[in-house]
Design a protein around this ligand. Structure first.
Ligand code: NAI
Length: 328
């Protein structure tokens, strides 16, 4: 039996993500939580003839606690998205408090569940979640993940013009670091199968992956950021977590984790100076089993990108840790 919860389920990401989870044969029970509109979204999805039993909750009548009770996986896309001209860091003020509140409830109600954070800025909201769990004495670093899959999905898609591969998913590209601008580092040197990108095209390709979110923000002209592609990416990552928990082996996903708590993480921390980092993580029955020290394999070109990544990432991480240590 797998119970999945979406917190922020009535939003732009939350709705299509809930649809995909409702349709998935891997989910037995689905709880939707949001501060608005969950009754409507739940009623709508409940007519789909799939396995998952669905329930919706609002904050009233202990709704959050009821949604979380018995949860195995909680996916969090709650919070405000970007408008043109905004960086992910601009979202911190509001989303930090939202994530903190939700994770406090998780620590109390279902501390053993997998926590998948989509809410931006991921580079800070994941440290916030970790600090909240640590404070409650419930932190399991193997079960806390920042969802960076959209960066992987974008890399697979945007490199297709150079590979000629019909199915973009067949090209595996590790995208590492963090989840905003220059902290996003695609490692084309480690692509499988090998890809050949003309030298004069590489800068533009990297930039498009790092700032691909802006294309959507601008195209939506103030109506939000990526929602449908994010729902796809969030679902893909959630599916991997559930499949691994059910015993499927060989599942590896780049994801943003707390390095000291995952096997192999210390080597990356030593090399990067960052406590949190996104790198290919081997998923297993208990969550993050092992993280690959892929930074050690970086080409000279990628090393330069990584230097910029570390600078930005450290500040983002500290900001999250500080938010819980000394609340504003
Ligand atoms: P949205 O505004 O459409 O939806 C957010 C939902 O969260 C709303 O329904 C709102 O009512 C709900 N919400 C607010 N406070 C809440 C609380 N305390 N508890 C539960 N729900 C609450 O925004 P959208 O487009 O769905 O984006 C959500 C977040 O995901 C944003 O922070 C955005 O930046 C982030 N995002 C992350 C990506 C990633 O790759 N990790 C990619 C795209 C967006």
């Amino acid at each position: 039996m797998v119970k999945a919860v979406v917190a922020g389920a009535a939003g732009g990401i939350g709705q299509p993500l809930s649809l995909l989870l409702k349709a998935s044969p891997l989910v037995d029970q689905l709880a939707l939580y949001d501060v608005v509109n969950t009754p409507g979204v739940t009623a709508d999805l409940s007519h789909i003839s799939s396995i998952a039993q669905i329930e919706g909750f609002l904050p009233e009548n202990d709704g959050l606690k009821k949604a979380l009770t018995g949860a195995d996986v909680i996916v969090i896309p709650a919070g405000i998205p970007r408008k043109p001209g905004m960086t992910r860091d601009d979202l911190f003020k509001i989303n930090a408090g939202i994530v903190k509140g939700l994770v406090e409830a998780i620590a109390e109600t279902c501390p053993d569940a997998y926590i998948l954070i989509i809410s931006n800025p991921v580079n800070s909201t994941v440290p916030i979640a970790a600090e909240v769990m640590k404070k409650a004495g419930k932190f399991n670093p193997k079960k806390l993940f920042g969802v960076t899959t959209l960066d992987v999905v974008r890399a697979e898609t945007f490199v297709q013009v150079h590979t000629g591969e019909k199915d973009p998913r067949k090209t595996v590209i590790p995208v590492i670091g963090g989840h905003s601008g220059e902290t996003i580092v695609p490692m084309f040197s480690q692509a499988k199968p090998k890809v050949n990108i003309p030298e004069d095209k590489l800068d533009a390709l990297i930039h498009r992956i790092q700032f691909g979110g802006d294309e959507v923000v601008e195209a939506k002209g103030g109506a939000g950021s990526a929602t449908l592609s994010m729902a796809y990416a969030g679902f893909r990552f959630t599916e991997s977590i559930i499949k691994a928990a059910k015993g499927e082996s060989g599942i590896v996903e780049p994801t943003f984790v707390y390095l000291p708590g995952v096997e192999g993480g210390e080597a990356i921390q030593k090399e990067t100076g960052c406590e949190y980092f996104s790198a290919p993580v081997q998923l297993g029955k208990n969550g993050a089993e092992k993280v690959e020290n892929i930074v050690a394999k970086a080409s000279d070109y990628e090393k330069k990108l990584l230097q910029k990544c570390y600078e930005g990432l450290k500040g983002n991480i500290e900001k999250g840790v500080e938010f819980v240590a000394n609340p504003p």
